[in-house]
Write a protein that binds this ligand. Structure first.
Ligand code: FES
Ligand code: FES
Length: 164
């Protein structure tokens, strides 16, 4: 089996692996970088649970080959918050009960962060449209929309420096 060295920058750190050229970014993140916060569901680009950010834009990591991500800045859910200090969007999801099983949550958070960076004061319909590419089997979406609406009001975001 042909393998190739791949070096990826994920959350500011470099992770290297000798992998098959067909390895998906989602698999590299989970199996090589051991960052298991990024979940995998459909593996067909439908559900959005594998959503990460590449150069600040959300992408389906199950539709991207790891080798395609070389030279780019990848962010996963592990980049949000710190031990004992939730990111404002995580705080909002916690306060508004924006999750049940949590399987969709990492992808939802990464999409919400990107969305709020370009829509700091969104209306409810904007949020519904904004997360329409991310599926949730549990919540009925109302509490997720509540959480993103709340996140927009939290002080760190309101400072105008984006949501990072
Ligand atoms: S696992 Fe990537 S979109 Fe569903
Ligand atoms: S909280 Fe279970 S899939 Fe969204």
């Amino acid at each position: 089996m042909t393998t190739q060295r791949v070096d990826l920058t994920i959350n500011g750190a470099t992770y290297s692996g000798q992998v098959e050229p067909r390895m998906l970014l989602s698999d590299f993140i989970r199996q090589v970088a051991r960052l298991t916060g990024t979940h995998v569901g459909c593996e067909h680009g439908v559900c959005g649970v594998c959503t990460v950010q590449i150069d600040g834009m959300t992408a389906r990591s199950c539709l991207t080959f790891a080798i395609q991500a070389e030279g780019h800045d990848i962010r996963t859910v592990e980049a949000l918050g710190k031990q004992g200090a939730l990111h404002p969007i995580q705080q909002a999801f916690w306060e508004k009960h924006g999750l049940q099983c949590g399987y969709c949550t990492p992808g939802m958070l990464m999409r919400a962060e990107e969305f709020l960076a370009s829509n700091p004061n969104p209306g409810r319909e904007d949020i519904i449209e904004g997360i329409s590419g991310n599926l949730c089997r549990c919540t009925g979406y109302q509490t997720i929309v509540d959480a993103i609406e709340h996140a927009a009001t939290l002080s760190e975001i309101a400072k105008g420096g984006g949501v990072r």
